[in-house]
Design a binder for this molecule. Structure first.
Ligand SMILES: [Cu+2]
Length: 174
């Protein structure tokens, strides 16, 4: 009985150590709050220059479009700027990030990677996103090899769409 209790306490202490460990690590955090608590590297994240005439846009949906499906096709593109997979250090290239229902992230840090910030690190220029019925905002933000926005940052207009109709996932379940 005592042995079991000791083991339980030991396991608990290990669990605490495990949870606490990342706070002392060097891994960059992706949560905005934590990102502000951590100092950037000595000289900050080096931002990749972008030409002034580079342009990024959402080809579909249109701004203010009403979309009659929750499985929404989105395509996007660039002008005067190339698309390259993440990790590619080639001048005047980057990869797309789709920001969903969120304001722009900090421009001097890697773009977060979560359900509101989708990375197209293989160089994709279209996707399908599942959005619940309602009003949503979409915006494209380009990132460099390290997912950091360019200087100046390349972003599309932020558009608003209205999703109506049945939730596909729910209807398919019946
Ligand atoms: Cu990225």
């Amino acid at each position: 009985m005592h042995e079991l209790k000791r083991l339980t306490i030991l396991a608990g202490a290990l669990a605490v150590a495990w949870v606490a460990a990342p706070a002392f690590g060097q891994a960059p955090s992706t949560t905005p709050d934590a990102a502000h608590d951590h100092a950037a590297p000595e000289d900050g994240f080096k931002r990749t220059p972008a030409p002034a005439d580079a342009y990024v846009y959402i080809g579909w949906p249109n701004d203010n479009e009403t979309v009659h499906t929750t499985h929404v096709h989105v395509w996007f593109g660039t002008r005067n700027f190339g698309v390259a997979p993440a990790g590619t250090n080639k001048p005047n290239t980057g990869h797309h990030h789709l920001l969903i229902d969120t304001p722009l992230p900090p421009m001097d840090l890697p773009i977060p990677n979560d359900k509101n910030h989708l990375h197209f690190g293989l160089g994709q220029t279209e996707t399908f996103v599942d959005l619940p019925p309602g009003t949503h905002t979409l915006q494209i933000l380009m990132g460099d090899a390290d997912h950091v926005p360019h200087d100046p940052p390349l972003m599309s207009k932020k558009i608003t769409i209205h999703v109506v109709g049945q939730d596909n996932k729910v209807s398919q379940a019946h």
